[in-house]
Write a protein that binds this ligand. Structure first.
Ligand code: CO
Ligand code: ZN
Length: 333
C-alpha cells in the first residue's frame, strides 16, 4: 500500500481537476470490481456485487475523495507575478513559502508583499506565485489555471509524510480493502469522489445516483496529540477512528455501534472520534434523497491541509482490516 500511496500523493488533483488521480484509480481497480462507471461530476463508482447465496444484501456506499486542496490563478500582473485564490481549505499560514505545481506543468514559489512586521500573519491576498517569468506576456500561467502543493512523499519510521494524505490515504485504504475482500453478503459501491474539499459536491451527486441503504466515508481526521493542540482524543498510531460527530454531521448511532462492536470482536485497535472542526463526504451521503444511515472511518492525520500531512502507516493497515471485516459479514440493523 505504501507504493500506491506514494504514487497517489505525488499526483496532482485539486478539486474539479481530479483527472490524473482518477486514471491511477481506474487502472488499480479494474481487476477488482464487477462494474465500473464514472458519473457526470467525475466520481468513480466501482460496484462489487453480493455473493450468490447472500440474503437481503444491503446496498453500501463507501466514499473516499480523490481531490485535494489547491490554488487558482486570479490575476497576472505586468511583471508576471500570479495572484491567486484558494480551491477549498487552503490556509495562508501553510501556503506561504511553499512550492506549487500547476496542472499545465509550471512550477512556482509562493512569495508575499512587504510585511509591516516580521510577526505579521500574511493573508493570501498579499501573496503571489513567482513562476520565474519576467513579464505578463512571458508568464506561462493564465487566469483560471489551478495548482496544488508540490512536495515528495517521505517515510519517517512508521510515520508517512506527504501532501494530499487528505484524502489519498482514504483512496489507498479503499483500494486495498477491495483487494483484501474475498466476498461480501452486501452490494458494495466503492466510490472515489470529486470536489469534497469545496463542499462535498461529488459525494452528494454519487449518493443520489446510487441510493444506498448505508454510507461510510473514509477520510482523515485531525488529532489532538501535538503541543498546544485543541483537546481532542484522536492520536496518530492508535488505530482508525470511528466517527461519532464532526462539525457537519452526527453519525448514525447504529453505524457507530456496528463499527465499535466489530473492531472489539476482531481485536482491531480503534478510537472514538469527536471532531470539533470540519466534515466529510458522509454528511452529503447522510442528507441525500430521503436520508441515509451514515458514518465514517477516519484516519488520524497531523498538519491537515498543509503540504506535509503526517499519518501513521499502522493506522492505514488497521483501517483496511476493520473495513474488510465490516464488509464481510451480514449487518443486523
Ligand atoms: Co480536507
Ligand atoms: Zn478530506
Amino acid at each position: 500500500m505504501k507504493q500506491l500511496l506514494k504514487t497517489l500523493t505525488e499526483t496532482f488533483g485539486p478539486s474539479g481537476y481530479e483527472d490524473a488521480v482518477r486514471r491511477i484509480i481506474l487502472k488499480e481497480i479494474k481487476p477488482l470490481a464487477d462494474e465500473i462507471r464514472v458519473d457526470a461530476l467525475g466520481s468513480v463508482i466501482a460496484r462489487v456485487t453480493p455473493a450468490k447465496n447472500a440474503k437481503n444484501p444491503k446496498k453500501i456506499m463507501l466514499a473516499a475523495h480523490m481531490d485535494e486542496i489547491g490554488l487558482m490563478a486570479s490575476h497576472i500582473d505586468k511583471s508576471g507575478f500570479v495572484r491567486f485564490t484558494n480551491v477549498g481549505g487552503t490556509f495562508g499560514r501553510y501556503t506561504l513559502g511553499t512550492r506549487v505545481h500547476f496542472l499545465n506543468g509550471t512550477s512556482g514559489v509562493v512569495g508575499y508583499d512587504r510585511l509591516e512586521s516580521v510577526d505579521e500573519t500574511v493573508p493570501m491576498s498579499k501573496m503571489f506565485i513567482d513562476v520565474g517569468a519576467r513579464s505578463q506576456k512571458e508568464c506561462p500561467v493564465t487566469v483560471g489555471d489551478v495548482a496544488a502543493f508540490e512536495r515528495p512523499f517521505t517515510e519517517m519510521g512508521t510515520k508517512l509524510v506527504a501532501k494530499s494524505m487528505d484524502d489519498r490515504t482514504g483512496v489507498a485504504v479503499l483500494i486495498e480493502t477491495m483487494r483484501a475482500l474475498k466476498s461480501s453478503p452486501h452490494d458494495l459501491y466503492f466510490v472515489f469522489t470529486t470536489q469534497e474539499e469545496v463542499g462535498v459536491r461529488g459525494a452528494g451527486a454519487a449518493a443520489y445516483g446510487i441510493d444506498p441503504d448505508l454510507g461510510l466515508a473514509i477520510d482523515v481526521t485531525p488529532t489532538g496529540d501535538t503541543p498546544g493542540a485543541i483537546k481532542m482524543e484522536m492520536k496518530l498510531g492508535k488505530g482508525p477512528c470511528v466517527k461519532i460527530r464532526d462539525a457537519g454531521m452526527l453519525a448514525d448511532p447504529r453505524v457507530v455501534e456496528w463499527m465499535v462492536n466489530t473492531a472489539e470482536k476482531a481485536r482491531i485497535p480503534y478510537q472514538r472520534e469527536v471532531l470539533l472542526i470540519g466534515s466529510t463526504d458522509a454528511r452529503a451521503v447522510q442528507l441525500t434523497r430521503a436520508g441515509v444511515a451514515a458514518g465514517a472511518l477516519s484516519i488520524p492525520v497531523r498538519y491537515v491541509h498543509s503540504s506535509s500531512e503526517m499519518v501513521d502507516y499502522e493506522d492505514l493497515t488497521n483501517s483496511v482490516k476493520l473495513l474488510t471485516v465490516l464488509l464481510s459479514k451480514p449487518i443486523s440493523f
